[in-house]
Write a new protein. Structure first.
Length: 155
């Protein structure tokens, strides 16, 4: 979780926000405050940040509950979580604002940080590329290992 449009936000700030507050999020703050709903948020994201931002927001909001997600903290530790609720917009909370991630979904995170050797190679490779976009990791081994680790998630 890293704000695409905020170079001033350090790597790992999104992971810290997510794990500490039980959320997963993406960026692209909308001018003029909170939208009335997802349709307005998508339209404003397209207008303010481009078509890609709108598509990413739609995809993020549309992920089914139970979708597994990975994030990486500033120290290179990995966290596995599970999406557990609907999209919301929050640019008023200090933590979300500082991390540049106002588009949030509730998430349940494993209660332990994992080192690089504890996560699938495809997860490490994805984060190693340094991208700032929400990405699906299309790797059978990563899916199998992630699902096995997710058995320890509460709820």
């Amino acid at each position: 979780m890293r704000a695409r449009d905020r170079d001033d936000v350090p790597a790992g700030a999104g992971a810290e926000l997510g794990v500490a507050h039980g959320v997963v999020g993406i960026g692209d703050v909308l001018r003029g405050g909170a939208p009335a709903g997802l349709d307005e948020a998508v339209a404003r994201a397209v207008e303010e940040h481009g078509a890609k931002a709108g598509r990413m927001l739609e995809r993020f909001a549309g992920l089914p509950d139970g979708t597994l997600v990975w994030t990486c903290d500033a120290g290179g530790g990995f966290w596995l979580g599970r999406i557990d609720g609907p999209w919301r917009y929050d640019d008023g909370g200090a933590a979300a604002r500082e991390a540049g991630l106002p588009h949030l979904r509730p998430a349940v995170w494993l209660d332990r940080r994992m080192g690089p050797d504890d996560v699938p190679a495809a997860v490490r490779a994805t984060f190693g590329r340094g991208g700032r976009n929400l990405q699906r990791i299309r790797d059978a081994e990563a899916e199998r290992v992630s699902a096995a680790l997710a058995r320890d998630l509460a709820g």
